[in-house]
Design a protein. Sequence first.
Length: 85
Amino acid sequence: MKSTFSVIFYLKRQVVKKDGTVSVMGRITVDGSQTQFSCKLTVDPKLWDTKGGRVTGKSTAALEANRLLVDAHTHQQALSGNHGA
């Protein structure tokens, strides 16, 4: 039986910190079951690409945030592969 697996990143826009940043959250879906987690990362919501689930721009902060998101996505895919998903 084929199983489905996806990882998306989104902003928790309801809680804005004093500096104007918001938390980046992740959602993993396996065969319709979802779980959410915090990426322990905050970004300026004006720089967030909703469609791509990444930070736009070439600033050091944007590049570092995107690197962390790619690392998290890669790690989750590796875990999925190890468990037959």
